[in-house]
Design a protein around this ligand. Structure first.
Ligand code: GMT
Length: 377
């Protein structure tokens, strides 16, 4: 490594791909010897133990009684500026534009322009939030004042450019990564037996159960698959749609075939016992969970949408169909589950692709390259 850097990382600590990616990035950069300062309102999910060179700074919001809701963006801006001064940060890397890039913009003003900011776009910060007239101009301002912008797929670069009129050349493509020391094919027969007998296949869905994930489609696909190939469905995560899905499972009489596992931190083991991941989302700018599954040798059946076709090679590492086409998704899932030879080819292709295109070494080097450019070294 050339010179170790002091980097502030701002992320959402709640369940979601952007926070997970930011936390994994922080851990790996710290492991490489950089000094990392995680800044957030809560301890990020997956920051589950102390790490060398990695520090956490909690953002405290003012609860003054005139506020209906405490102004987090302002508190975050002050915190970024304070941490930057106190720890002589070389730069701040914010994940998810809203409100983080806006707070970083404000922190830069507090510091008279002396703050380098890298903003990574993850998806709904643009595809949902930047569509609103309330946020659009502020997000554009914050992005234009960032020293570098990165996005997790070509599709997201196109969306950002179209929506905010920011030139595509100003946005660097850096795909998400997966740590193959953690996500690799494991034969965990004991764990597998807890959920399925030897004749049964296991399908898994991992998400934060927002409507955009179309978890009812997950059930629809599973139902069709299970009619042809005896299977079990593992549902991992929690969110607003959870109780609706629990009701549907009962209505469909699938209680004995579906397991709700809630929020799981060590997801690699449970993904490893699955045969297929289902990700029929309405929108997905990358699909981090599909990459984690791919790295464990588990193909994905999902939607041909957003950045998913950049991650999953249709017909090689999974199958993609148009959003809502559950019959096609189920058909492809069955095709793969009953053809052992084809399934093993897909499994190998998954592990190889994760390793070649999305390894930590490769993607970390791409981020470090941006960091050194931004600080002029
Ligand atoms: O999709 C979510 O539920 C969470 C969301 C987030 O902002 O944390 O995920 C976005 O960022 C992930 C990490 O880069 C991507 O893998 C997801 O595809 C993206 N979600 C959407 O575009 C809907």
């Amino acid at each position: 490594m050339v010179t170790p850097l002091k980097i502030g990382i701002v992320c959402h600590p709640t369940l979601g791909g952007s926070g997970i990616l930011a936390t994994e990035l922080g851990k790996l950069l710290a492991e490489k010897g950089h000094e990392i300062h995680m800044i957030s309102f809560g301890l990020p999910f997956r920051l589950n133990q102390p790490y060398n060179h990695l520090f956490y700074h909690k953002v405290e919001v003012s609860n003054y009684y005139v506020f209906r809701s405490p102004p987090y963006e302002i508190a975050l801006a002050s915190k970024i500026a304070q941490v930057a001064i106190e720890h002589r940060l070389d730069l701040v890397h914010v994940h998810y534009a809203y409100p983080h890039a806006i707070s970083a913009f404000l922190a830069k003003q507090i510091l008279g322009g002396n703050l380098r900011v890298v903003t990574t776009l993850h998806g709904t910060d643009i595809t949902v939030l930047a569509r609103s007239e309330i946020n659009k101009d502020l997000i554009r301002l914050a992005l234009n004042s960032s020293d570098a912008i990165t996005a997790v797929s070509k599709d997201l670069i196109n969306e950002t450019s179209e929506l905010l009129h920011i030139s595509q050349d100003k946005i660097n493509l850096i795909y998400n990564f997966v740590d193959q020391r953690i996500f690799y094919p494991q034969s965990l027969n004991g764990l597998r037996k807890e959920f399925a007998d030897t004749r049964e296949k296991i399908l898994i869905h991992v998400s934060n159960f927002r409507p955009i994930k179309r978890v009812t489609d997950v059930l629809g696909i599973f139902k069709k698959v299970n009619e042809e190939v005896p299977s079990r469905l593992l549902l991992v995560g929690e969110g607003p749609e959870l109780s609706n899905i629990q009701n549907r499972v009962q209505i469909e009489g699938l209680e004995s075939r579906v397991n709700f596992l809630g929020k799981i931190e060590n997801i690699a083991r449970i993904i490893s016992i699955a045969d297929l991941l289902l990700l029929p989302s309405e929108m997905e700018s990358f699909g981090l969970t599909a990459l984690e599954a791919m790295s464990c040798g588990v193909p994905t059946i999902g939607s041909h949408i957003g950045g998913l076709p950049e991650l999953i090679i249709n017909g090689e590492t999974g199958y993609l169909a148009s959003v809502g086409n559950i019959s096609e998704m189920a058909k492809k899932a069955i095709e793969l589950l009953v053809d052992k030879k084809k399934y093993n080819e897909f499994k190998n292709a998954c592990v190889n692709r994760a390793h070649l295109k999305f390894s930590t070494d490769r993607i970390l080097a791409e981020y470090e390259y941006i960091y050194y450019i931004v600080i002029g070294k």
